[in-house]
Structures are given as C-alpha cells and as structure tokens.
Design a protein around this ligand. Sequence first.
Ligand code: SF4
Length: 776
Amino acid sequence: MSWKMVTRLVSLRVPTGTGKTLSLICATMTWLREQKAKGDDSVVDDDSDDDPDWVKESYSKMTNTKRHDAGVAYEKHLDELHKSSRPKVLKEHTFPNRKKLKSVTVELDKEQDDQFLLDDYHSDDESSAVTQLDRNSELALEIKSLMKKINGVKRDDGDLLDQATKIIFSSRTHSQLNQFSSQLSLPKFPSTYPDHSERLKYLPLGSRKQLCINDEVSKIKDITLLNETCLELHKPDATKKCPFYPSSKNEDLQELSFEFRDSLFAEVHDIEDLPQMGEKLHICPYYSVRKGIGYSEVMTLPYQLLLSKNSRDALGISVKGAIVVIDEAHNLLDTITSMNSVSVMVQEFELCVESLKKYLSRFTRRLNGGNRINLMKLIKIMNLILKSVNSTEKITPGKPIDVTDMLQGTTGDLLNIHKLDKYFTVSKLPYKLESYMSKEDRHRTPILFKIVEFLKVMSNPSREGKFFYDVKANGVSLNYMLLDPSDAFKDIVLESKCVILAGGTMEPIEDYYNYLFPYIDTQRIKKFTCGHIIPKENLEVFLVEGSDGYDFEFSFEKRNDTKMVVELGKSILGLIEKIPAGVVLFLPSYKYLSQVIETWKKSGIYDSIDKLKKVYTESSSTNVLDDYSTTISSGKGALLLSVVGGRLSEGINFSDNLARAVMLIGLPYPNAFSGEIISKRKFIEDQVMERTNDKRQAMEATRDFYENICMRAVNQSVGRSIRHRHDYATIYLFDKRYRKTSIQNKLSDWIKQRVSHGMSLKEIIKATDSFFLNKK
Ligand code: SF4
C-alpha cells in the first residue's frame, strides 16, 4: 500500500486480519525514511530568508553532514547497547545512587492530618486572576514547568537528532497500541544513512496509571487522584518526594533518564516493558520516556493524550508536520464528545457539600481567611444548584438547564467561578479534600474533581455545548455535553501533514464527514476501502426468521413478547447443532440479556442449548472469557451470551474456534429517551434547519445520526469473528429490520456483500450444515 502524504485526510476502511496495521507501518515509515534521507527534516533557520542562496545551500549542506555524523554515531551507540548481553544501562556500577534511592519511601498514609491542610490562599483579586486559557491549562502548565525542570540538565545531545516529522499512532485501548508495537519490529525499513543501518526509534507513551513505579502512588485507583498525588510529590515545598522522579537537581537521575531513553531505542519495546526498565534503572518511566520525544520517529499514545491540546502541550508533543494515524477510528466521535462533557449526579453534589462541611469543621481553625471564605462560597454555590434542581418542575431527560437562572439572586462575586477556579489551583482543594475523605472512607470515589469540571464549564460554556438534565435509574444528573466535536479536532487536522483515520468497521462513514470535518470539502478526503482478505466461501451471512416464517422484531416495544423469545431459543437450538466449537451471541442490553435467559430457563430451552453448547454469560462485572476459551480449547462447544457495546463487543479477538458463528439479536439502537440522545438530535435538527430551512431534511439527518450509532455497534460486534485470512465463520442477523435496504447499506461492505436473502429457517440450517461440512 502506498499513497502520497500530501492529502490532509485519509479515511481507511480495512477489515481486521487483512494487514491494516502492517500496511500503515510500512507505508508511513518508508515515506518518513525517504524524507529523512532527502534531508527534508533538516534544521531550518526561520530568519534566513534574506540570505543569498549559496549561503543557504552551504548552511543546509553543513547541517545535513552534521546530522548525518551525529545520527550514525548515535546508531553505533544503540548497536553497542543492543549487542551487549547486559546492556550498559542495566549494569549495577552505573547506578551510584541506587542503594540510597531504594531506601527512600513515600509515606502517604502517615497518620497526620497536616498533609490534608489547604495551601494558604490570600487573594482572589481579579487583576491577578489567571486567564481563561491558563485556567483550562492549569494542570498542563504545571506539568510543563516540571518537564522544563527535568530537561534543565542538558546532556550533550544537541538537537541535531531531533525529528521534526514523526508518525503519531493513536488508538483507544492499550491492547490495540500493544498490537501495533508488536508489529513494528517485523519489517525492515530503509536507512536514512547510506553507510549505516538505522534502528527504528519507537516511543510508547502512556499514563501514570500504566507507568508509575512508586508503589504508594500506583496503588491509587482513581486516575485524577493518582496524577495529583504524583504532582504533589514534585512540588519544591513537598515534604515527601518521589525517589524516582528525575529532578533537574539530581544529575545522576538526569543521566539515568537519558540512558533509559537509549535503551528504549536500542530495540522496539512494548509499553509493558517500561515499568520493568524503570525499576531496574530506578528512574520514573513516565517522565523518562519523554526524553526520547525529540529523537523518536514513531510514537504511540492513547486517544486521551493525543486529543487534548493541553496534554500534548504539557508533554511537548507537537502534531505540526506529523503523520497522525488514528486507529479504531469508529470510536473517535464518541471519545471527543466524552472528553469534553461532564455529568454529575444530584446526590454527588449533596455528598460533596457534606464532605466540604466536614472538612471545614475539622480544619476551620487552621485555615486562613481566604480558604475559609472560598470553602463557604463553594458550599453556597452547590447549595444554590441543589435548590434550583429541587424547585424545578417536572425534570425530564434532555430538559435544558439555564445556568444563569440557576445562580440567580446572588452577588456577582459569588458567581465568579473564574476566581474560584484560581482558588482550586492555588489551594489544591480538590486533591486535599479527596485525600482527606479517602482516608476517612477508603471506598469513596472522588467527586470534587468532577464537580470542579462542571463549575468550570458553567463559567465558560462552549457555544457548541449544552447543559441539560438526565434521569437515570439511580437519580437525576446535571450534564454538560459538547454537541459539535469538529472544533476540538480541528487543530490536529490543520497542523499535521496528514491525518489517517483507520478502522476495520467504520461504516457508516458519513458521520465523520458531517460532524468531524464539516469545514472540509469531502473531495479533499482520500477514501480507501478494501474488501476482506478471506475467500468468498469463508463467510456466509443469514437473515434469520423463526420456524414457519415467524418474523422476529426485537424493537423496544416488541422485544418482551415471550413467545418470540422462546421461538428465538428454538431457532438458535436448531442452528448451533450444525455449528462447531464457539458461538458468540450479542443482545442489545444487559437487562434484555437477563430477560432472555429467564424466559429460556422457564421454557426449558436454556437446558437444551446448554446440553449442546455450554452456555456462558457476560455480565457487566465479570469476565467469563477465560472459562469460555478453556471449554473450547478442550474440544467442547460453547455459547457466549454477550451484549452489544459491552466488554466483549470490542477489542477482543474471537478468531477461529472462538467464534465459528456470530449471532446478533435485534438492532441495538441507543436509548432514544436519554438526555444525551435527545439533546444531540435536537442540535442536529437545529443545525440542518439553520442551513436548509427544510424540516424533512432535518428529520432525515437526525434519523440517520441515530441509526448510524446503532449500525456502528452492529458492525463492531459482528466484526469480532474472522480475524485472519484462513479464518471462516457464519453470521446470523435476527430481526426483520435487517431486510431493509437502508439498514443493509450501513453494514460493512464485506458483510453486506455476503448476505443471503429469502431463506427459511430450514434452508439456513441446511446451508449452515453444508458450510461447516465443507470446512472439515
Ligand atoms: S514521578 Fe513517576 S514514579 Fe514517581 S509518583 Fe510520579 S509517576 Fe510515579
């Protein structure tokens, strides 16, 4: 596969098992090395425009020679590291401070409450308040300043080896990123240097949760609290320090973090190797890995780090001129929306008020005036919010919240969330309060971080966002949701050289064009779709009806029909008799899954199915995958009952015997009455009306949006089987709505092309039998 990296946007739809990742690696890396060899990555002096051409030429030549020499020298150094049976960085004698460092431990559980005391707060004078940008970037700037300090001690590396152009690969889950890194070492790439080979400089970036090696910190379950705790330990005035943090004041640690980088580049390492390398070197992998950002050619990072500008800035990652590959891109719209949205339950506000009062009464005499006033303001704001909720008549899902109205009747000062936000940063209230409360109740989930986020958006809501109520099983929530994700992704599109959205099951693709890149002419988006690598006879897709032509329809209104559920069980029984090994069956929700099981048990069908294939049931809390796999490995058949959008519907590889068949029951539309869907549909309707003033078009657009969410989930779930070129399976779709052309058009091409039409249950059972007989 090859294409010119001049196109800004590429959408790549390639089914799993067809070599998508490897093709992306080969195409992008080969291009990158070619550019480097041409000297396109050379250091350019921005002020040199007025210089004569011969000066520019000789400067460029000189720089390229220097880069070449430095590059080859560095490659030789990496070769040495690689050759060594015990790499230099891992030898004991290189760690003069190891013993000393090992004896230092962080005592976070020290039985003293002083650690929970707020930092003194003296002024919330408007003139000294931070700007909005600063407020949003507070944590980012803090990390940035720490990173500056880390990089303060400059080893003699220069910037000659810095790569201006990089490949940034991002995916949603760690397992997907690991899969990428496992394929990186398979191909051999051309070297930039004609006279020396070149190693692939790959950098896996991850979160503190993944990389922290300080036992006292890494055991903290809540990610925000874990991050805050780490940051706390680096403050100049911190009484306890993390011994692994590569402080700028400690040259030995600085040196170790450079050695960490070099040993990382000596061969391709998985992110899971990093904590071990950090432990051996006694250096924090989370911070040290960033020493390699300049030199790296390929970086992997989770969506959260790539999609947040603050995080990118804090880590010193620039997308300028980079090739950004976003894998499993079907998640992109949802991820951007959820990263920019916040939801707080009413009872969480109540709990937070209670906690603040408790904290205030415990420390009131030891807090200065600024702290006491602001704590009381915060309690007052939350009480006002609660009062407004309690006085609101008929709260329904999607009901808009008027935040100005919510805080009405108060003084302007109280409403100044801008000042409060500054206060949160200076006093570190969220961190201190949550640490104190979790000491009191170890099972408590931190909530103030979330509430602070909510208050921040209250003070500065985006034009593209909306506040609304939602009513859930456990109560009422107050929500803010970003309705238009295009702005949040724009800087990546405009700054990078090329953005590649890749995925196995990205259909229906139109949502990306309409909602992610509405400002880009679709002609400028290069689309590439390829069929499945398997031969046609390795997959068959059936639209199933019940015996005697019983029509299945598992819509929300009709799915409770007991007769239909029993009929479904009978059809499944007939089919699984002919299917070998494992069958994975997807239902629309956990609730419906329990309902189906109950009905089958009552009717005796469950036992009959269980006799033919051992039944395993996914639940939201347990993972049955190991037991299911063990039964199949032992040569027995098994049926796995799962949920669309549940833990097994994405990122799990049901190859070969693990899924000789996938069955999908119904169409998994999201809850049309949830506040989120109501708000989003209304937003789309308003947008289309504004553009076209055509009610019919507006209704069509909202229907499409709703249907597309459902069909993306269908494609994801059925795409769990067929994971390589020799794999084979059958797919069964149980619902008469799958017969609609509009629905079939939204199936992935490789599924749609194989749908068999107009077959009775008997014919499908027969066809299933001969399909698997032919595979023996
Ligand atoms: S510096 Fe590193 S090891 Fe220390 S607490 Fe922070 S993430 Fe953990």
